[in-house]
Design a binder for this molecule. Structure first.
Ligand code: GDP
Length: 326
């Protein structure tokens, strides 16, 4: 007899599949799940390409997990989103549609779809509450990724309504941490700044370029805190509404650049390239639903930057990562 929506769903002893385990979020989920007593399943891309429906269905049918974290995605920063729209839309639509349908067919009891803060309207009231979803136009630079993430939310809702599946959507704020992608063409702002500053330091240069005006505000949450919240919600949350994973620190990009420089001990100057896009003027998520359930983050921005810089400097080739966590 399966649990009714709303009842606790402890992961201890269950088979749990992490789709996208090589990405920053997926690898943090593996670290966190290691302490739950769950039996964790992963699959390499050569075994199952989640953009292929037949492969996805076959793999889920063969392994029959009880819970699935849908953390696989083609991901990237503001420029990658803007310049590779087809990949960001097609890959992510295909991955989530295939996963949801395959999970339904093979009887997965609980699925967590991962949304993104960019699926909220560009000018939503800040910090952005869950009920802002689909109330206004999207930020154009990452609309492709956002539309795929909105489709994921709607798929989870539709399968709940039509088939009674306990599929939920969690929406993390901007995440950073160990295992991030440091490729300058695809990365988000924190790995980009860490890389640029450490490169300037190594090369004895005293200026570093920052995209945009430096005035946008972003909230940043350390990835291990986010993974902790994902496990917390998988075990306790059931509902059609998306739920934000936030509670991080909000800073301007200008302040973030200073914090990275201070962390690296670099004393140069930042030069702002206003020809590069700013993206959303402000982006922070309202976290009262999650915090009201008793969850709290543990790792602040500075401590997270310290861990991420240290990892980047010792990780060698692994640090260049890949833009896709499929
Ligand atoms: P976003 O939150 O979806 O906009 O994703 P990003 O992390 O890519 O960008 C956040 C903000 O940082 C935007 O205003 C960017 O213009 C700014 N930014 C400044 N320098 C960089 C950089 O070198 N790389 C990236 N990705 N963003 C940068």
């Amino acid at each position: 007899m399966s649990e009714l929506p709303g009842q606790p769903f402890p992961l201890n002893g269950r088979k749990v599949y992490v789709a996208g385990h090589r990405g920053m979020v997926g690898s943090a989920l593996l670290r966190r799940l290691g302490t739950t007593g769950a039996q964790v399943l992963t699959a390499e891309r050569r075994e199952v390409d989640l953009r292929r429906q037949d492969q996805t269905e076959r793999w889920l049918e063969a392994h029959r997990p009880e819970a699935v974290f849908a953390a696989a995605a083609t991901v990237g920063g503001i420029l990658a989103n803007d310049t590779r729209p087809a990949e960001f839309l097609y890959d992510n639509l295909a991955i989530i549609a295939n996963l949801i349908q395959a999970c339904h067919r093979s009887g997965v009891r609980k699925v967590m779809v991962l949304g993104s803060s960019c699926m909220y309207p560009r000018l939503a009231a800040q910090p952005i509450a869950e009920d802002s979803v689909l109330t206004g136009p999207l930020e154009p630079t990452n609309q492709w990724y956002a539309v795929a993430k909105l489709a994921g939310l709607k798929l989870a809702q539709a399968y709940r309504r039509q088939y009674g599946c306990d599929f939920i959507t969690a929406v993390p704020t901007n995440l950073f941490g160990v295992g991030d992608n440091f490729d300058p063409a695809a990365s988000h702002v924190i790995p980009a700044m860490i890389r640029k500053v450490t490169d300037a330091q190594a090369g004895g240069r005293d200026t570093v370029e920052v995209w945009g005006t430096g005035s946008p505000e972003r909230e940043f949450l350390y990835v291990d805190d986010a993974a902790d919240a994902m496990v917390f919600l998988m075990e306790r949350y059931s509902g059609e509404e998306p739920i934000n994973i936030a509670g991080g620190q909000t800073v301007t990009i200008r302040r973030l650049a200073e914090l990275v420089a201070a962390e690296c001990g670099w004393r140069g100057r930042f030069v702002y390239d206003a020809d590069k896009p700013d993206g959303m003027p402000r982006k922070a998520l309202e976290a009262s639903r999650l915090l009201g359930m008793g969850w709290r983050p543990e790792i602040g921005l500075q401590e997270g930057l310290r861990r991420t810089c240290a990892w980047f400097l010792q990780a060698g080739d692994a640090r260049l990562g890949t833009a896709a966590a499929i």
